[in-house]
Design a protein around this ligand. Structure first.
Ligand SMILES: [Zn+2]
Length: 386
């Protein structure tokens, strides 16, 4: 029985999905820069989750968005003197190529923000009609006082929320018309740049409404698993819950919130804004995709991951040793042998890939010839490290 940690309830629960196929939404990239190890670790976590569910005969419908319009894309395009559409398309192609090399099980749908404006406008109209949003000079804002459970995901105090918002460039916290500084933009009226028409004037959608609208359109009003990096808990996912539940009247919007911990370099989170990134592409110049997967999956997904070149070299040796013992021969169905059961039990325990990989390595060293086809199945099709 698969058990997964739910960030909202702060505990591990047996995973009982509402739907078949199981619905999974993962927040995707804003394509303006190269894929780094932090992205790869988050997306590989959900890759292994989907592979594990599918190997157990449970189909998954997986949606992941592309935020192809955003202030960061516009700023980078202006800096580099290129069109924002060309920049976004180029970086998205690069992202997909990097992830393909890592053996990523791609999403079933990858909606793009610029092509989903009608569903975002419809959700904003529904929120305005229900009194959950208000229109002021700068645009349309969500009224957080109308969300009965606001703050339930992050459990942050109002003061802590404000500190986080103040560190973001576009928060406009001093706008006197806002009813509460934690209220957030659903639609921004802008005087120039890419804009779309709406009954609230020409403008651009807020980032949070994008994911709520796409999740509703492609997966329905209540979804089984919503994932992303832990830095998205507040404000992004908190705001998604507020606006989705207010717009649809259905609760909870998400059964299991799953958040991957950050990848750090010398103690600091690897991020575009800090510029301290190790790119997937660079790592793959000196190591194999299997070794990089083994390296990134060799810690529990909820824990922070500290990048360590020596461990990456060690992962290459471990992947070679696995290839040595399991590499040749057929892939069989999952067996009932002790090693297979140990690996599956680790994955069922809140996706403990670290314990699963170590059990697989031990099993591969000791395995009788009869259990190798099953261990190959786990190594190649579920963990992707062979
Ligand atoms: Zn999102």
């Amino acid at each position: 029985m698969l058990r997964l940690y739910d960030t909202r309830r702060r505990a591990v629960f047996p995973f009982r999905p509402r739907s078949s196929p199981i619905t999974l939404y993962v927040c995707g990239v804003t394509p303006y820069d190269t894929t780094h190890l932090g992205h790869a670790r988050t997306f590989l976590t959900f890759d292994v989750l989907v592979r594990h569910l599918e190997a157990g005969g449970r189909p998954v419908r997986y949606a992941q968005n592309v935020t192809d319009i955003d202030e960061s894309i516009l700023q980078r395009a202006a800096r580099d003197g290129v069109s924002w559409r060309d920049l976004g398309q180029r970086e998205e192609r690069e992202f997909l190529a990097d992830m393909r090399r890592l053996g990523w099980r791609p999403p079933d749908v990858m909606p793009h923000a610029t092509r989903e404006i009608p569903s975002m406008r419809a959700m904003i109209d529904a929120l305005v009609a229900k009194g959950g949003a208000y229109d002021i000079k700068g645009g349309v804002y969500f009224d957080t006082s109308r969300a009965g459970h606001y703050g339930e995901l992050s459990r942050f105090s109002a003061a802590r929320m404000l500190r986080i918002l103040a560190a973001q460039d576009d928060a406009a916290l001093d706008d006197p018309e806002r009813r509460d500084p934690v209220d957030f933009a659903l639609w921004r009226r802008v005087p120039s740049g890419p804009r779309w028409p709406s009954r609230h004037g020409r403008g651009r959608p807020g980032w949070h409404i994008e994911c709520s609208a796409m999740a509703l359109r492609y997966l329905g009003p209540r979804i089984d698993i919503h994932g992303g990096g832990s830095d998205l808990i507040y404000p992004h996912h908190e705001n998604e819950i507020a606006q989705s539940e207010c717009a649809t009247g259905q609760r909870p919007f998400v059964g299991w919130w799953m958040h991957a911990g950050p990848v750090r370099l010398a103690g600091e989170k690897m991020s575009k804004s800090l510029g301290n990134m190790v790119f997937v592409r660079t790592a793959l110049e000196t190591t194999t995709p299997q070794a990089l997967r083994l390296y990134l999956l060799d810690s529990h997904y909820r824990r922070p991951f500290d990048h360590d070149e020596a461990k990456l070299v060690g992962a290459e040796e471990r992947a070679s040793a696995l290839a040595e013992t399991l590499g040749r021969g057929a892939i069989g169905p999952l067996g009932r042998d002790a090693a297979t059961r140990e690996v599956l039990a680790a994955l069922d325990d809140d996706l403990d890939t670290r314990t699963a990989i170590r059990a697989l390595e031990r099993g591969a060293r000791r395995a009788a010839a009869g259990s190798r086809p099953s261990l190959r199945h786990l190594a190649r099709r579920v963990l992707g490290i062979l």
